[in-house]
Ligand binder design. Sequence first.
Ligand code: COA
Length: 242
Amino acid sequence: MDKVILTPRLELILQQSIDIESDEVKDYHLLRCDPGATSWSFGGVAKDIQESQQVLIKNHFPIKDHDNDVRQYRASYNVYLRGDTTTKAPQGRDSSRFIGRVGALEGRVYGPPFSPDLVIPDDILANEKALKLEVGYSFLEKSWGHGYASEALKALMAAYQNANSLWNPPYEKVYFMGILGPANVRSSRVLEKVGFRLKGIHSWDGPKHFLGGAMQPNEVAVYSLDPSLGKREESQAGDERV
Ligand SMILES: CC(C)(COP(=O)(O)OP(=O)(O)OC[C@H]1O[C@@H](n2cnc3c(N)ncnc32)[C@H](O)[C@@H]1OP(=O)(O)O)[C@@H](O)C(=O)NCCC(=O)NCCS
C-alpha cells in the first residue's frame, strides 16, 4: 500500500507502528479520546493510551498468523489536513493537523451470518477470486461536515484497488462493504456519496446497546460497493425476464 495518499485537502499516512511512543499511536489515541468520534464505538472513549494501542493492534493493524489470514490485507491510515495545498510534497505527521482515521479490514461478524441477499456469498467470492473488505472511518467531531470523511474514504479505496501487488495473487479483485448502525445518518451519507448502495438491514435478537446517543437495537445496515455486482444483478434480472 502507498505509505502516503494525497487528496486535494488531505494527507493520509499509513499506520505502521504500534510503538506507544510513536506519533501515529498518539494521534490515534487523540481520536479515541474524542466523544464524537467514538460515539458509535462499543468501547466509547479510551481509558488510556495503552487501551488505544491494544485496539489498534486488535482491530486495525495487519496481522499475518498464516498465509490464508485475511487480516494481512488490513490497511489503516491516519488522516491530516494538508498544511500547504500548493505543493505535492507530503508534509508528514503533525498532530495539530490530525483529524481522523480511515481504513479497510476483513469483513467482520455481526450476530448471525448475513443472508445471501445482503452480501456476495462465499462461493461466488471464491469463484471470482474476490477479496471482501469492510471499510471503517472515524473523525474528530471538530472536523465533521466538511466532506473530509468521504474524501478520505474515496482515496483509500482507489489506493487499495491500485495496490494490486498486495492482494494479487491470490485475489483478482476487491469487493468493499460498509456496515453501520441504521441510525448513523452521517455515516450512511459518507457511504452513499462515494458510491455504496444499501443492500438491506441485518437484525438479530439481544439486548439493545447505547450508541450514537440513544439505545440502539441489534441491527446493522449493510452497504456494498462492487462494480461487477451490479452487472451480475442486472444479468440475473434479465435472465428472469426471459
Ligand atoms: C461519520 C463521520 C465519519 C462523518 O464525517 P464527516 O467528515 O462529517 O463526513 P462528510 O462531511 O464527508 O459527510 C457527512 C454527511 O452527513 C451529513 N450530515 C451531517 N449531519 C447530519 C445529520 N444530523 N443528519 C443527516 N445528515 C447529516 C452531511 O451534510 C454530509 O452529507 P452531505 O455532504 O451530503 O451534505 C463522522 O461523523 C464520525 O466520525 N462519526 C463518528 C464515528 C462513526 O460513526 N464512524 C462510522 C462508523 S460506521
